[in-house]
Design a protein around this ligand. Sequence first.
Ligand code: IPT
Length: 980
Amino acid sequence: MRFKLKLCSAMWLCLAASSGAAAVRAADAPVIASSTKAVSWDEHSLMINGHREFIWSGEFHPFRLPDTNAWRDVYRKMKASGFNTVALYFNWGYHSPAPGAYDFTGIRDMDLAIRMAEEEGLYVIVRPGPYINAEVSRGGFPGYLARQTGVARTMAPDYLKEADDWLTHINAIIARHQISRGGKVILYQVENELFDTSDEHRRYMDHLIKKARADGIDVPLFHNSPNSLPNWVPQGSETYYTVAAPGLDLYAFDGYPGGSCNEKGEVGAHNPAPNNGIYSTTQPQIGSLASPKTPGFAAEYGAGWFDYWGSVGNYECNAKRLGPGYVRTFYGANIINRVTIHNIYMAFGGTSWGWMPASVVYTSYDYGAPISETRQLRDKAYTLKQLGQFTQAAEPLLTHMDKAEPLYPTSDKVKLYHNAGPAGHLVFAIHEPHDGMGDDAFKFRLTTKAGSYLIPQQGTLRLKGQDAKLLLADYGLERQKLVYTTSDLQTHLQQGATDIALLYGRVGEDGETVLRFKTKPKVEVIEGLATTVYDAKTGDLRLNYQHKGLIRLRITGDAAPLLLLIGEDAETQKFWRQETDKGPVLQRTSAIVKGAVWDGERLNLTGEGQTAEAIEVWATAKTLTFNGTPLDAHSTASGSLLTSYLAEPKAVVLPDLMAAQWTIRWDSREADPAFDDSAWRVADLKVSAATVPTQPPPGQPVLAMSDYGFHQGDVWYRGRLTARTTQKKLELTYGGGAVGLVQVWIDGRFVGQNELPGGFTYPKIPTVGKASFDVDLKPGTHQISVMVRNMSHNWDLFANEEHKEGRGLISASLSPDETQRFTTPITWKIQGQGETMDPVRGTFNNGGLYGERKGWHLPDARPDGWTPANVTAAPPAPGTYWLRTAFKLDLPKDVDTQLALVFGDPTQTKTDRHTRVLIFVNGWHAGNYVSNVGPQNTFVIPPAFLNPNGANTIALAVTTDGKPGNALEGVKLVDMRQAR
Ligand code: IPT
């Protein structure tokens, strides 16, 4: 059967796929014994070494942060924000420039990427492909696959040979980090979003599953079904709708139901949060219902969205659309739907530097994620922290609960979901419909072992705007009995004799919390306002309050004394929690606390602050330090230590690049008829491995760059021809990706250029262009030079070989005029960036510009041949010229200073200048600027690209048609973020 995607958000996916295959029953392949005991599961949750765990994960791509120190910063910020797991894609093409050649050193050290996550206390979900999509060029395939005739992601022998080689390499690294061998890798993803479930793809999946097992992968295997489709479930769970993959252990789905901002940069109407598990009512059923014996598992759940060339710059907007309200409603819905393995995409997006980005995106992959490209925590990171701490504190309940009696709110604008398990009850309150934005007050009757209540008994319980609440009842709050609360729980812990609990709610909203005591407890209000009523008959202590500031109560009853902290969001979002050798510790500060380690009685905190910050610490410590600085603390009535930390980031003095000495050097030498191309490869292939639309026309040689082993950036062609009659028309077909460019010279004269537009890829924007030039070639021999800027290769989302669409020239026809189509034969030579790589910076760093081939981008490029320049002066000629400057930095030590390069006016997303720049910082290709397309003109420089205390170089390869109006705008070095 075939079914259309019904569940898609308002995105390009809706246009896309339908399942191609019949539902499969038994498969031909034998079932392979699944995981070792280290990771087991049932329908409720994963169990790690027998212990139920709520997997609260975020996605991170080490290849988008070419700075191994910064990896640790991201991991620590993730941990601090409440994540207990990181999911990592590995990008095959990033490691392998040529068949059989692999590099896992330096920034490509994936053993280190996993090891660091382990050191920071995160579980690891690995996603090695071979195909990953991820908005990277060719979806992670190496360039050389574009030379293969076998169809990728099938059993084609040429493809499988290389795919297996990749897996052998990456699996060896993964295998030794598995939890079964003392590491923290708990789950392994096979392939990525294989929409089509044809027999061929099932054989391919089966092959990959067996390959993983043969390589020693013993943790559970899963596949991420696109768009919540119920495909690729474990064998035995297949239904009329679903396709099984024998040997897969878990079913997982991907979903981006939150949508994205519109083309005008407006947040737009919110989508309703779907039920992705036990409350799903859609057919086919998704989430835990598609696979009733495995835990609900969101392998990717939107935490932002990518942005495209020519947009209005939507990252900040997407961060807002998928902001705190989205986090509470959509992720909250997942929690009540028992999605207990929850990975958000992305936790930190990063930078698609060099030629890494796929055609659908530009350099910044900020994604509107909770951790921005500058490694700043956005608002929603703090909402995620509240939820993350909750999933860990309430883990026994969340990982073992089932649907309980339906609840009926007094308002039909509110919907309540009710789960219960051995550890208590969970009520999820959300608007009805789920995208409701009203101000809806409600009450509801809840009956648990602890009694039957009309909630709230006093004050108002409401949902206002995009909001949802996760409410607990009949719940063991450490040594206390919680009857119910209309506040959300953030965390609870024990410190010696004392229990501490942290509750929160929207500012100004009423809250009601009922605790149970045998005898009347003593209630001290340390700070804030709360009323208490004790009912000796029931033993209920009812607290009523407004969520405003931070209320502090000490309640001393028959169990341990309880410090109850109840705050508005902004207050409880300042709380950080770490697990230490001596149990959990808690801090309250607007600085970020990333770690807490004991040294005897001294607690050493690490983190980062941006201003002077108060720090309040709950720990049985005598003394405190923060980043090594001793803190002068005094104890408070709340049983905490209060101190302050002077973050005091020193003002950074950055060089004014516009006042610096620049030099210039001409690049496009290949345009000169006298240029020596004797060493270049003759373009003489007859058949291209490129997909059909980009085959050369009959009689012409293959020109597509990949067939000659050139894979990214700029590629040059030099042709020779003899015209019998006057030639009037030159027509070129070229593959450039979104925003691609072709420039043409004949006999040394510039003929013109053609640019492909930016835009959103689905519905598809052109990635192959046609350019037509009027020429006037008299009979005789001529020389023609063509430069194609290949902005990137397509992905292969639908496994249809799109990644092989040709790049560079596809065809070139020179004819006497429009009507006479006889084409003068041209013999071509080609030159570009081959299947080699800069041993440090990698294969995506460079294309094939003359200057790149000669190393002009490198910091040690020789000064001869460069002359003094004015950066904003008119371009010397059509083509490419280089601008270079050297500057010194003296950044303060132990301050994390994040710099960026800004072109022109950062408040404008595009200009009318047709100016393009390849940006090199100390030889590292930091990004691509296209002034007339935009939106990006601020380029975050990964810290490791810079020498913070010493000499640095910037080299800009500027490409224009030579018109004075297309001169480069100014360029500045700016400080984006400082923390110490
Ligand atoms: C899903 C991919 O698995 C992931 O690699 C990335 O491309 C993400 O989308 C979008 O950023 S594909 C899914 C949306 C069909």
